[in-house]
Design a protein around this ligand. Structure first.
Ligand SMILES: *Cc1c(COP(=O)(O)O)cnc(C)c1O
Length: 340
């Protein structure tokens, strides 16, 4: 049975958008004094989007507040999304679907052999239906989602398709609102971080942070570390998401092409494959601060931040904030923890 706990709306720019409250709290910000010394910064903070209390948390929940809000307002009875079998986005979507009494059907790339851990197991607990494309092309997911939606529509269901990573203008809006949230967590402009560092995958999170930073005139710049595709490709994707989101909101945010800064060089052997630098960054955050990062995104992003500090790139920036986007279920996937 469909449940729509507290479905409401949020206004931003010219838009009034359906909104499903899933978070209801600011995510914690706290200092990392020991890592700050290691990185030669005056201050280093971490914002803990991994500690969003719903559904094992992580950045994807922010986008889903709007995406599933729209699905419910359109009377959808089924969520369709897709990615690889270890995806945080799929797990987060399946958790929201379960909470709202919607069916969730997941399209995974690859085949159904040898997945018995991490997010894949969580999605099974949530009762989502899983299909595999049989192709290891990540984009194979997109055409399968479209044909699945047609198939379900023909059979009388009302599916709602959420793109990979929730990377659509509506999903981006969830991340835009993280900017005023963070600004409120500091006593004044002069105390705020000078740069926010985060991982970039499908691009919605970075697009939202860039848009929010410009729109709300936050005093920091935003720099990302790509963990998935070449930086040039990620830039194109992020810029397009920014422009489409501006259109959705009816605003000119002031984000220029030059604001989209994405660092290459920390993907390692490939998306989702552990890199020595990423594994070392995970170890460092754990032993220095008792903070667990994840092997796919945040470990590699911190590896990037460490290198940017060590090579002097960030030398004029003394106050840095690292965005913890979640993903720790990935720590429990065999082969993701090469140091054990
Ligand atoms: C999806 C994800 C990201 C990247 O966010 P995008 O919006 O896809 O760029 C970063 N960290 C974690 C843990 C994620 O699951």
């Amino acid at each position: 049975m469909m449940r729509t706990p507290g479905l409401s709306t949020r206004s931003l720019g010219q838009a009034v958008l359906p909104f499903l409250p899933l978070i209801g709290h600011r995510t914690p910000v706290h200092p990392l004094p020991s890592l700050a010394r290691r990185l030669h910064r005056e201050r280093l903070w971490i914002k803990r989007d991994d500690l969003i209390t719903f559904g094992f948390g992580g950045n994807k929940i922010r986008g889903l507040e709007f995406l599933v809000g729209e699905a419910l307002s359109l009377g959808a009875d089924t969520l369709i999304t897709g990615a690889g079998p270890l995806s945080n986005h799929v797990r987060a979507t399946a958790a929201v679907g379960a909470k709202c009494g919607l069916r969730t059907t997941v399209v995974y790339w690859g085949d159904d052999t040898a997945h018995q851990s991490g997010n894949y197991e969580l999605v099974r607990i949530l009762g989502a239906e899983a299909r595999f494309t049989g192709s290891f092309e990540r984009s194979s997911v997109d055409s399968h989602m479209a044909s699945l939606a047609e198939e379900l529509t023909r059979s009388g269901r009302k599916p709602y398709v959420i793109p990979r990573g929730g990377a659509s203008p509506l999903g981006v809006v969830g991340h835009v609102l993280a900017v005023p949230e963070l600004m409120q967590q500091f006593p004044g402009l002069a105390t705020m971080p000078e740069v926010i560092v985060l991982p970039v995958g499908s691009g919605g999170t970075l697009a939202g942070w860039l848009l929010g930073t410009s729109y709300y005139r936050a005093p920091w710049r935003v720099e990302a570390v790509t963990v998935s595709r070449p930086a040039a490709e990620a830039r194109t994707q992020v810029l397009q998401l920014v422009r489409e989101t501006e259109k959705l909101l009816g605003i000119d945010s002031g984000v220029a092409e030059s604001h989209v800064v994405i660092h290459d060089g920390y993907i390692g052997p490939g998306y989702g494959a552990p890199s020595p630098e990423g594994s070392e960054a995970i170890r460092l955050a754990a032993v220095e601060e008792g903070v667990f990062l994840d092997p796919v995104y945040t470990g590699k992003a911190l590896a990037g931040l460490i290198a940017l500090c060590d090579t002097g790139y960030f030398d004029n920036l003394k106050r840095v904030l690292f965005l913890h986007t979640g993903g720790q279920p990935g720590l429990f996937v065999p082969g993701q923890c090469p140091w054990t």
